[in-house]
Ligand binder design. Sequence first.
Ligand code: MLT
Length: 408
Amino acid sequence: MLINNNFEKLPESYLFSTVAAKLREFKEANPSADVIRMDIGDVTLPIPASALAAMHRAVDDMADKTTFHGYGPEQGYAFLRDAIAEGDYRARGVDIRSDEIFISDGAKSDLGNLGDIYAAGNVVAVTDPGYPVYVDSNVIDGRGGELVGGRWSNFIYLDCTEENGFKPTPPEAHADVVFLCSPANPTGVAFTRSELEAWVAYARRNNAVIIYDSAYCAYVTSPGVPRSIYEIEGAREVAIEVRSFSKTAGFTGLRCGYTVVPDTLCGFDPEGRKVQLRKLWNRRQTTKFNGASYIIQRGAESLYSEQGRAETEQNVAYYLENTRIIRDSVAKAGFKVFGGTDSPYVWMRSPRGEGSWELFEKCLREANISCTPGVGFGANGEGYIRLTGFNTREKTVEAMRRLAAMMK
Ligand code: MLT
């Protein structure tokens, strides 16, 4: 058989796999080095007590023939879809129904898999820098064109720079699919209501669909910053929203997220007839996915209880305090700092002007801290690095002490 040649066009390895491989190599050569991980956004707090108890009960359910669960609905169990519709949307005055919510094994899978429901010839707009899944998965699906000077010829790049506060405005050019992330990975900045309104208006003018990655919405603290794109009027006709339980409830290893495809959202067939995207996504999921596990979904459901809510809020507050410590420390050490107030990510560049990978190596070798090189998120990320607030308080404080010493 012939392979999908698009894989050959991609850089050899996915960003976070490259970082992990470099860390392994460094640890092999320096076994006594106590490296503090501040690269991938993996959490360190254990799952909340509410989720633990719910999952224990769910395990017991599986061991009893009267409560055993085999295959579940591919779209997710009603108990979780209802809890999300009520807790994340209706309680906040946003009109989303349970049957518009599709439970999955995480935001990353959905963001990559959504490419199944739109045509190979669509023009895709991506932020630069941005979460690499948007670019890589669309390249795999054949929408990238050729890689020229670090950029794919068929994409529209939405430049995120210091000049625009890392928040792009809609382009003149027409895109069919637009990937937006707010609060943004990796820059940590978040769209205000009026900025998001401009994007919804753009999508409506262009018959485009916004794929809105809202994995970090729980970190929003600034007034006037929407948590959901559906807070914007007219977004139900132009946006898909993707969310995750990873960064709020410690589900990075358990795997659970969800995608909202409103029934008012349509694409067009080649004859120009409107087609509901929800139907296509449902068809895709029923064909290729057998649902997230019952046990994990019970755990996720518990996060909407009073106790679950309080526990996830505590987790988010803990990580945000780490992020505040990082922001303050790196600013004192001379870095130019962005993000980190509505986000677990701090985006920064050194006063000495090193390249991203150079700074990565320096932090690793001289301070034994691992960061993510900004250029791994796109050409505009060159010269920046990203640190996460997801480590423990003790390690975050220690990492900042080492970073300050490195910069002396
Ligand atoms: C990140 O570090 O950007 C994220 O943790 C990656 C992910 O969620 O897949």
